[in-house]
Structures are given as C-alpha cells and as structure tokens.
Design a protein around this ligand. Structure first.
Ligand code: THU
Length: 139
C-alpha cells in the first residue's frame, strides 16, 4: 500500500503549480473506502492564497464525499528534479489531518526518492487539539 501511495504522490507532483517557490509537492491520500485521492501544491501571486499539496488533497477528497482517512504519502523537491529529500508536512497541514483522521492510526509516509519512512499522526502532532474538544458545541 505504501509503494502505491508514494507512486501516486510522485505522479501528482508533476501537476504542481509552483512558479514562486520552485518547490513542487505531490500528495496521495487513502480513504477508509480504499479510494486514493491525489493533489499538488497550487501557488498564487498573492502568496498566502496558495495551498499545500496535502490540503489540496484533503479538500478534494472531502468534497467528493469521503471524511475518514488511513494514510497519506507526500513527495516534494525542486521542480523539474527528482525527489532527493524527505518533505514532511507543514504544521497547518498536520492540523487538517487531525480533523479527518485518527492520530493513533493515521500514517504519514515520506520518501526521499530511494527510501521511505512513516510516522503516526500522533508522533508529528502530539497533544493535539481536535474536533473531540468541541463536543457539546462551541459557546
Ligand atoms: N508545500 C507543500 O505543498 N507541502 C508541504 O508539506 C510543505 C510545503 C508547498 C507550499 C509551497 O507551495 C511550497 O511547497 C514551498 O513552501
């Protein structure tokens, strides 16, 4: 499963729109249904309006009806070049993962182009705040 997710993330990276950073990222997300969704980073001349690959893929998947996920693969590096370094997800993306995944089970799979490593979400976002904290509603 990890190999398939990494291959999908590398393919999605080819679609990246990153004229400002020159850093292309692809992500592939496995839903509990078994379906794999893909996304890339999409930048914008108004820089903060850009989106990371991970958030792109979560928005795509949720907008297609899936809301629980098992794993994500992320691959990033200089555009037009092969991946040579691990690309760990940024803090905002980790928080989006927390919204739609179980921190004890959701895995984040990274590749440096040769090797891979995986983490549980709880390792990359310890002591996290999530939807369960708002049970009973917001004031
Ligand atoms: N980026 C991602 O897409 N995911 C990450 O995990 C780290 C950073 C993007 C955002 C921006 O388009 C470019 O990489 C450089 O920060």
């Amino acid at each position: 499963m990890d190999e398939q997710l990494i291959a999908a993330a590398l393919a999605a990276r080819e679609k990246s729109y990153c004229p400002y950073s020159g850093f292309s990222v692809g992500a592939a997300l496995m839903g509990v249904s078994g379906k794999i969704y893909t996304g890339c980073n999409v930048e914008c001349a108004s820089y903060p309006a850009g989106n990371c690959a991970e958030r792109t893929v979560f928005c795509k998947a949720v907008s297609e009806g899936e809301q629980k996920f098992l794993a994500i693969a992320v691959a990033g590096g200089s555009v037009g070049r092969s991946v040579t370094e691990y690309c760990p997800p940024c803090g905002i993306c980790r928080q989006i993962m927390r919204e739609f995944a179980d921190p004890e089970e959701f895995r984040i799979v990274l590749t440096d182009g040769k090797n891979q490593k995986s983490y549980l979400l709880k390792e990359l976002l310890p002591e996290s705040f999530g939807p369960d904290h708002l049970e009973g509603g917001c004031p």
